[in-house]
Design a binder for this molecule. Structure first.
Ligand code: 3H9
Length: 673
């Protein structure tokens, strides 16, 4: 059956798209829509048209899988013009999400009606693109300059009520009566006649564009697409429509053939692929998760709990002492209240979330939990004790998880009589904010346990990646060689400022030493001030623990602004001299080769060992767990851009042992992604 069908309702021709999962505007949809409009034009008895979609959503955009392939006519911009030029009024009936090319199609319709739950937006910028079918030119005419620039440059959607207030939709339909309401609306519009978006004057004050660009400059650092989106909206304010369209086209073509968009499209699909587990059927029966237990009310335990509370899932949180329990639940409440104060959640959501939280000192209260997550400090013996106890308390079939960031899940599982129910759920700090969840599959973890973990991750809005059991799993394992090499670079003559600057210029949110100062220089420290074996020990011994003590690798003022520290430099120089290291001029290029190339190398080892299912999973870990710049697509995609042979040469130049898989890629001129 064709993905596009038509149906007559009196004078109205209803064009219906049914192209699961999201009615993307692929070639067959475009061809069908064109035929539908031609049918409406040819049939004199048709007086108006409704375009609507079956399934979960209105058109969610152009079909991203088509980008980079030979174009198939009609192209979306042509189709959109054809809809606008239809001599009979056309009404878009919107439910779900009208996104990107989907919203552009709706903008070309003469009128728009939407259900109250609909979302409208132009998320192209998140794919390193801009709305390339007239969105940047029609939006300022329909919704106004200010809304247009915000929609296009941030990519964030708006709800139907807001869209109505902007004039982006003309009418709200009943939540369950869209089809009938749209037909009635089209009937009404027959007398009114058409209203072409492109013929409307641009609304609003062009000064809003510069103000927006200024206010968001930091957020858009390193990204090409936001500026291109802003430029296109600006062009709409001064150019006639046709010229504005030509400008938009040129900008779109520049972006689509650039590496940033390729990287961001890679991540779009990588993120979705990451949730699929090789060898496990999509329809495997999942274990119901109705109640969650969290052991430990520290920063991690509290953050982890918030994810479930926010998703409406009751949580029992356990601590050993009342004071720690009160402190932990107090922080959770404070975090919610802060979100409410910032307007991110409604005040009654604070109460709703807190009402779902039970705090207790007794592990026995976890007996009816479906999922129990241990989030205590990193000590194997203590963890094994906790799991052995859980084994006697948890109900049969409960999933037992550890939030360890590097310990052996198999050993933890061995403390129970049910290793099939045990796995790792490695949240990243702050756990209520960071999107990444490493789901660590133990040797005996049952398939349905793993699949349930992936599914619950989606429910709590995390991006989950499956990792095997190895030291540091995927993310922290790759971080280690970077940190080790960064320290060596200091000994050989680089400064913390230089190493950090190179990483920030690369697009990371911060460099290795800024990160150490933020996380705490004392993390993992043996706590013996007389045992000084390296620079880090020396800094920890004199209280240079990072931002929390006002000094670490950097000195900090009251506002936490960093400045280079002479004391730190002296310590580095001292170690360097004692070790007989000959200092040399270190270029920025050397820093990249010695800190980022080893990460790729480690990634290749992880892949070869089967610790990650696919190279794109590694990219997802680094984008969502560590702030790797999305426009560089993650370390493995970036490696493909650099070229495996260049990376191998760089690693060999600095004496690293090159991973066999990386060597293979270099020899075969192959790619990881
Ligand atoms: C554009 O429009 C350019 C134009 O301006 C200019 C042209 C000239 N294409 O996310 P989900 C797949 S650019 C192809 O899990 P949800 C997705 O890969 C586009 N495939 O569902 C997944 O496949 P699988 C602008 C797409 O309910 C499946 O659909 N639009 C597309 O959580 C389900 O997706 C966007 O950027 C697509 N456009 O969320 C919107 N979209 O099952 C992108 C999805 O094999 N889409 N798929 O893994 C989204 O934001 C979400 O998918 C949506 C649904 C919110 C719609």
């Amino acid at each position: 059956m064709s993905v596009i069908t038509t149906e007559r309702r009196g004078d109205i021709l209803v064009i219906i798209s049914n192209s699961p999962p999201v009615n993307a505007l692929g070639a067959d949809v475009r061809i069908g829509l064109k035929a539908g409009i031609e049918e409406a034009i040819a049939d004199e008895t048709v007086k108006a048209v409704v375009i609507r979609c079956e399934g979960r959503t209105f058109f969610a955009g152009a079909d991203i899988t088509e980008f980079g392939k030979p174009p198939v006519e009609p192209l979306l911009p042509e189709l959109v013009d054809m809809i606008e030029d239809c001599p009979k009024p056309v009404v878009a009936a919107i439910h779900g999400t009208a996104l990107g090319g989907g919203l552009e199609t709706a903008l070309a319709c003469h009128y728009r009606i939407a259900v109250p739950s609909a979302q409208l937006g132009t998320p192209e910028v998140k794919l390193g693109l801009l709305p390339g079918a007239g969105g940047t030119q029609r939006l300022p005419r329909v919704a106004g300059i200010e809304a247009a620039v915000e929609l296009c440059a941030t990519g964030n959607p708006i709800g139907a009520a807001k869209a109505e207030s902007l004039g982006l939709i003309d009418r709200l339909a009943g939540e369950t009566s869209l089809v009938e309401d749209a037909i009635a609306f089209a009937q009404e519009m027959i007398a009114q006649g058409r209203r072409k978006s492109r013929e409307l004057p641009v609304k609003g004050d062009p000064a809003a564009i510069e103000a927006f660009a200024k206010a968001n400059a930091r957020k858009f650092r390193g990204l090409d697409a936001p500026a291109a989106n802003i430029a296109c909206v600006e062009a709409a304010t001064r150019l006639p429509f046709a010229e504005g369209m030509a400008f938009e086209r040129a900008q779109f073509m520049k972006l689509i053939f650039g590496t940033q968009s390729a990287a961001m499209r890679h991540i779009f699909f990588a993120e979705r692929k990451a949730s699929k587990i090789d060898g496990i059927a999509d329809d495997i029966a999942l274990r119901p998760i109705r109640k969650v237990g969290v052991i430990g009310a520290g920063t991690m335990g509290g953050g982890i709990s918030m994810n479930f509370l926010s998703a409406g899932i009751p949580v029992v949180i356990v601590e050993q002492e009342q004071a720690a329990l009160d402190r932990g639940t107090g922080v959770v409440r404070k975090n919610y209240e802060a979100s409410a104060a910032k307007g991110r959640i409604k005040p009654d959501q604070v109460t709703q979330a807190m009402d779902l939280l039970t705090a207790t000192l007794s592990l026995e209260e976890l007996a009816d939990c479906d999922l129990i997550i241990e989030a205590i400090f990193e000590n194997m013996e203590v963890k094994k004790e906790v799991f052995a106890k859980l084994d006697t308390i948890a109900k049969p079939g409960a999933i037992l998880a550890s939030n360890t960031s590097y310990l052996d899940i198999n050993e933890i599982a061995s403390a129970t009589s049910r290793p099939q129910d045990v796995l790792g759920l490695h949240f990243f700090s702050p756990a209520n904010v960071m999107k990444l969840l490493e789901v660590v599959r133990g040797a005996k973890t049952a398939d349905d346990v793993l699949a349930t973990a992936m599914s619950i991750a989606k429910k709590i809005r995390k991006v989950a990646v499956v990792a095997g059991v190895c030291d540091g799993f995927i993310g922290n394992r790759m971080l280690m060689p970077r940190q080790v090499e960064a320290m060596k670079l200091l000994m050989e003559g680089a400064t913390p400022e230089q190493v950090d600057r190179v990483h920030v210029e690369f697009g990371m949110p911060m460099g290795p030493f800024q990160m150490a100062d933020l996380a705490g220089v004392d993390i993992g420290w043996h706590r013996d001030p007389n045992r000084i074996e390296n620079v880090r020990d020396a800094l920890a011994a004199i209280g240079r623990w990072g931002q929390k003590t006002g000094k670490g690798f950097y000195d900090y003022d009251e506002k936490r602004n960093p400045s280079p520290s002479a004391e730190v430099q002296a310590i580095i120089d001292d170690f360097s001299a004692k070790a007989g290291v000959v200092k040399h001029e270190i270029s920025d290029e050397e820093i990249v080769e010695r800190t980022l190339y080893p990460m790729v190398n480690e990634g290749a080892l992880i892949l070869a060992e089967g610790m990650a299912q696919r190279a794109s999973d590694i990219d997802v870990v680094w984008i969502y767990g560590y702030g790797w710049p999305v426009y560089r697509g993650g370390p493995m995609f970036w490696a493909d851009l650099e070229g495996a042979d260049k990376i191998v040469k760089g690693l060999e130049k600095h004496g690293f042992a090159v991973a066999p898989l990386l060597k293979e890629k270099a020899e075969a001129k192959g790619r990881f992604t």
